[in-house]
Every structure is written in structure tokens, then in C-alpha cells.
Write a protein that binds this ligand. Structure first.
Ligand SMILES: [Zn+2]
Length: 290
């Protein structure tokens, strides 16, 4: 079992949940870059949190998390779309850092959640970086932006990430006090998960271990996988933003070719001078038609 997200609900409690595990996709993304174990830890947390958000927000489109700071984490971007395709990249100040300190690493920075539906408007929310972990910052953000008590816990090892999300359901006639009591009940139980359990048990076994007395229903799993949205066509469009003359000169200066490397997956696309000339001609042709 790996790379899955699953929703769960309780028969008698107004709380909803999501549980996620990433293995293969996490390792694939880490292999594309040289990250120390502690950097992988933060990247893993961000990937799991982003996939969870994409599932919770449930739009046709993409959800991304961007962290920028003048500290250790210069840039961290993770994305997940409604097909469960994730990708991520990080630019650290010191690539060999070993002491994980989220607050120090992100000091003076900003964290944004961007929701980009295929149709409709883009939305951006800013998450405060006051707390000691990414999970705690996001937990706070959801609690205040949705006005619903929210719990988020992320567990990371070298091989796997597991995330548990719990949220009180919007008021459907249930008393505020009952809702609060139910939420406290499930989060108290969730707090008893050990790292080892979270990172070795299946979703079913983990939820059974925690909530077997609370009639929990685990829904069909949705697969998550690494997939980068870069393509030769996108690179062509990027090249065409440069002045034709400048572009040809660039190729001239680089042995008759231009190379573009994807920041996310490190895939390299090479464009020869001839291909660039063709691209410019085709583009000019299509421009004159319009
Ligand atoms: Zn790519």
C-alpha cells in the first residue's frame, strides 16, 4: 500500500477526516534533487499537506503551497491537482543542513495557498508562520478561515509520509457543545498515534487502532502519483517570450542550442538553432493570421 488518500467519517460524531500516505511519489520527487534528510522532511510534509488540501477543497484544478523566505527555505513549492498528481521543489540556502527547525528556517517568510480552478477565479490565502511546524500553521489557517475546529498531523520518515486531517463538520443542527466535545474526543485519540504506527500501519489498521469504538467508515482510496506538468510545448511558449533576435543569439552563444531544465522534475529539453528558427517562423505565421 502506498500513495493513497482516503476520506473517513464517524457514524455518530460530526467530524470528518482524511488520511494520506505517500511513498513512491515522495521518493521520486526527492530523487530528482539533492536534499538532506531534514530538507526531505519539510518537503514531505508540504507534499502531503498539499495533497490533503486538494482533496478537502475539491475543485477541478490545482492547489499549491508556496513558501518563500530570506532564511533557510528560500523557496518551497508543492502542487497537487484533482487527478492526484503531485510535484514539488525546494531551494534551500544550505543544501546540507541537518537541524530541522521550521520556525528558524522560515523566519521572515510568507506562506501562501493558491487555488487555481480550471474554470473560474484563482484564489490565494496567506498562512501565518507563527507556529513551530507546517502542520500547526495550516491547522491554524483552516480553523480560522473556515471557522471549524481542525486538526492536522504529519509524520515523515525517509521512505514514507502519513498525514491525518480531522475537522468538525459544519453545523447541521448539532449543538455547538456536542460538536466541540466530539472534536475533542477524536483529536485526543488521534494524539495517541506513535510515529511508528503512523508510518507502518495501513490506513485501515491505523484508524481501527484509534477509533474502533467510534464506528468509523473508511471510503474508497484515491491514488496519488508524481506527475510533472512540464512539456516541450510549454517550453516553446516560454522561449517565445524572448525576442527572436535575442533567442537566436542565445543559441549561437551556446553551441547552437538552448537548453531548458524543469525546476520541478529536472527534465531537460534541448532546442537546436534550427528548431528555434522554425518555432519563430511558425509563431510569426500564426500571429499574422490573428
Ligand atoms: Zn517537469
Amino acid at each position: 500500500m502506498s500513495d493513497l488518500i482516503q476520506r473517513f467519517t464517524f457514524a455518530d460524531l460530526p467530524v470528518r477526516g482524511e488520511i494520506i500516505s505517500l511513498e513512491q511519489s515522495f521518493q521520486t520527487i526527492c530523487e530528482q534533487h539533492q536534499y538532506s534528510d531534514t530538507l526531505r522532511h519539510l518537503l514531505g510534509e508540504a507534499l502531503a499537506a498539499t495533497a490533503l488540501m486538494a482533496e478537502i477543497i475539491k475543485i477541478e484544478g490545482k492547489v499549491s503551497l508556496q513558501l518563500q523566505s530570506p532564511s533557510q527555505v528560500k523557496l518551497l513549492v508543492t502542487e497537487c491537482n484533482n487527478h492526484g498528481h503531485i510535484r514539488g521543489v525546494m531551494h534551500p540556502l544550505d543544501p546540507d543542513i541537518t537541524d530541522y527547525d521550521f520556525k528558524k528556517w522560515t523566519q521572515g517568510g510568507t506562506l501562501a495557498i493558491t487555488i487555481e480552478p480550471v474554470q473560474g477565479h484563482r484564489y490565494q490565502g496567506i498562512v501565518s508562520l507563527e507556529k513551530d511546524s507546517l502542520a500547526a500553521c495550516l491547522e491554524d489557517y483552516f480553523t480560522s478561515s473556515e471557522q471549524l475546529p481542525t486538526y492536522l498531523k504529519l509524520f515523515v520518515s525517509k521512505e514514507r509520509i502519513t498525514g491525518v486531517f480531522l475537522q468538525a463538520m459544519p453545523d447541521e443542527g448539532n449543538q455547538e457543545k456536542d460538536r466541540q466535545t466530539a472534536f475533542e474526543h477524536v483529536t485526543t485519540l488521534a494524539e495517541t498515534i506513535t510515529d511508528e504506527e503512523a508510518l507502518t500501519l495501513s490506513h485501515h489498521d491505523l484508524l481501527y487502532r484509534l477509533f474502533h469504538q467510534d464506528k468509523v467508515t473508511l471510503y474508497t482510496e484515491k491514488p496519488i502519483q508524481f506527475q510533472c506538468s512540464c512539456s516541450r510545448e510549454r517550453n516553446e511558449r516560454a522561449l517565445l517570450t524572448i525576442e527572436p533576435q535575442e533567442l537566436m543569439q542565445l543559441a549561437e552563444e551556446h553551441d547552437g542550442k538552448v537548453e531548458l531544465v524543469c525546476d520541478f522534475c529536472s527534465k531537460k529539453e534541448v532546442f537546436t538553432q534550427q528548431e528555434i528558427a522554425q518555432l519563430i517562423t511558425t509563431n510569426q505565421g500564426s500571429e499574422s493570421v490573428n
